[in-house]
Design a protein. Structure first.
Lengths: 400, 158
């Protein structure tokens, strides 16, 4: 059985409505975004979080994640489409293809492929990190938030990533530095675990730190020089040494002080490197992203430090910072407009540097004939071809 | 072989020596508490196995397993977040890693999932800035790697 030819995109000057699917870690998310001349508007934004299921393990458990994604992907997509205007409004499908947990990524990826094939819609794989870097541009009607202006320097800090990027436009982004060992969110989670606090560790430490004295216990900040690389593994060692020497904090206040000390070591490092990157690149605009950007201590310290040196700081709302599918839909819309298409062979990637992802889209773009009000569609994909080229189990998704 | 007392640079040098000696199919399990230096030691072994310095050997906690290309493939895994052996089987870690060197952090979380021939490296904080490293070999290849470590230690003491 052959599926119908992929539909062409709407003309360049018409709105483009994209269904985005995200399942790279512990959130299953789907969103419908309409990109028109006034910007990317989020029509629906559905997230099923698995944090409660992971709490007993003190972290995200990947295979639990994959199974839970499987369980909720269909209802999440259905809900996003229903509240986003229905299937007929969707022009294309964008899905996170990496980086992330392979098992988790595959659930969203195969759902996206199945929907695209069944409905004859163009499909595009999106780099999760590119999604995060474009996330601050997504807008919700009635929500007041400042969107950044290119070029800017961005700090993405989450449980799996911690890196600095230079973003010149929606298709030109470069990594300036990243962590050599642990991600900032991982450092929060692991220190929280050492202190017997729950998961996720960031919000707990953040809350405790607000009532603590950061000068009571100080921890070393690694990579103090001009390097834009991070290192957080030494912090775990320092906390372990502190606990070996002094034992677990005896009082609530001692725990708060310790949390404040840890929080300061992480936050100071992040803010210092962010401003260092802005200075080295000569760009007085910085943006925070990733789950750690929800940390109140980081937001406050970044605002203070940026104000001191006259750098504009954009801190998007938390829904934009944490994993979501609206950013994937928007990044997919940008990618589709540049002429990129993916097909049945799109595969999940555990690691996928943004430079590689963007190069790929640049290559595709140059291969597209210039006068193209309607972008060329992907080769006809048949079910047989889909099955023969896909080495992964196929996820069945209910399509209304 | 008594545990070795090593400062950071020595730990790195020994890691490199083990990486240089590693062959496809070798498995090194890294044990120790949070902050004991497992990732640090794994980074050094990966460098010794030819993973170029331009490649960041970051913590595999989030990704569970990260594959690096060196002189031979280096599979750097972390079982910290896995709950049971079935999950490891689903990932196919041991089968996947047979073509290269497998470095596993937190392998003691899921005992019995690794092949028989494993070099168990246990890191414990000793005096400030020092780590105690205990090596146990459970097969001929692991024994060969442990001999490399013993030789390295003898040369260091000489």
């Amino acid at each position: 059985m052959t599926f119908p030819t992929t539909r062409p995109l709407p003309p360049e000057d018409a709105p483009l409505t994209v269904l985005g699917i995200e399942s790279s870690c512990d959130e299953t998310a789907a969103s419908v975004v309409r990109l028109d001349r006034t910007g990317p508007w989020v029509l629906s934004d559905v997230i099923a979080t698995q944090v409660a299921e992971h709490a007993p393990y003190g972290g995200v458990v990947p295979e639990i994640a994959a199974r839970a994604h499987l369980r909720v992907i269909s209802p999440v997509v259905r809900e996003a489409v229903a509240s986003g205007g229905g299937w007929d409004a969707i022009d294309a499908v964008a899905v996170t293809a990496g980086p992330g947990l392979i098992g988790a990524l595959l659930v969203g990826l195969q759902a996206g492929k199945a929907i695209a094939l069944a409905r004859g819609l163009p499909l595009v794989g999106v780099n999760h990190l590119v999604g995060h870097l474009l996330a601050p541009f997504t807008r919700v009607h009635g929500e007041a938030h400042v969107t950044p202006t290119f070029p800017f320097v961005a700090l993405l800090a989450s449980g799996g990533h911690t890196a600095l990027y230079r973003c010149d436009d929606a298709a030109t982004m470069r990594e300036l530095g990243a962590t050599r060992d642990d991600a900032a969110g991982e450092a929060f989670d692991k220190v929280a675990k050492m202190l017997g606090l729950g998961y996720p560790g960031g919000p707990v430490l953040d809350r405790l730190a607000e009532r603590g004295d950061p000068a009571a216990v100080t921890f070393p900040q690694a990579m103090r020089g001009r390097s834009l690389e991070f290192s957080f593994s030494g912090l775990k060692t320092s906390v372990a040494q502190h606990l070996a020497k002094h034992g677990q904090p005896p009082t609530e206040q001692a725990l708060c002080d310790l949390a404040a000390g840890v929080q300061r070591a992480i936050v100071e490092t992040l803010v210092r490197k962010l401003l260092l990157a802005a200075q080295q690149e000569g760009i007085p605009r910085v943006v925070l992203g990733g789950g750690v950007a929800a940390n109140r201590g980081l937001r406050a310290r970044a605002a203070e430090a940026c104000a001191q040196v006259g750098v504009t700081l954009v801190v998007p709302p938390t829904r934009v910072c944490t994993d979501n599918a609206a950013m994937i839909a928007y990044a997919g819309a940008v990618s589709l407009r540049s002429g990129r298409r993916d097909g049945a062979t799109l595969d999940a990637r555990a690691t996928w540097p943004i430079e590689v992802a963007l190069e790929r889209s640049a290559d595709t773009r140059s291969a597209v004939a210039p006068p193209a009000p309607v972008a060329p569609s992907a080769p006809v994909a048949s079910w047989d071809e889909f099955r023969s080229t896909s080495t992964r189990p196929i996820v069945t998704v209910a399509v209304r | 072989m008594a545990p070795l007392l090593l400062r950071r640079p020595s730990l790195r040098r020994l890691g490199r020596a083990l990486g240089v000696a590693a062959e496809a199919g070798d498995v090194i399990a890294l044990l120790g508490a949070l902050g004991a230096g497992k990732t640090h030691f794994a980074q050094a072994i990966a460098r010794g196995a030819g993973v170029p310095p331009t490649i960041r050997v970051t913590s595999p906690t989030f990704a569970v397993v990260i594959e690096h290309s060196g002189r031979l493939p280096v599979h750097h895994a972390d079982l910290y977040r896995l709950a049971d052996a079935d999950e490891l089987a689903e990932i196919g870690l041991v089968e996947r890693a047979a073509d290269g060197l497998l470095l596993v952090e937190w392998a003691d979380r899921l005992p019995g999932v690794l092949p028989r021939d494993v070099l168990w490296a246990t890191l414990t904080p000793a005096r400030p800035g020092e780590r105690s490293l205990a090596l146990t070999a459970t097969g001929p290849r692991a024994e060969a790697l442990r001999a490399v470590a013993a030789q390295w230690e003898a040369a260091r003491r000489a």
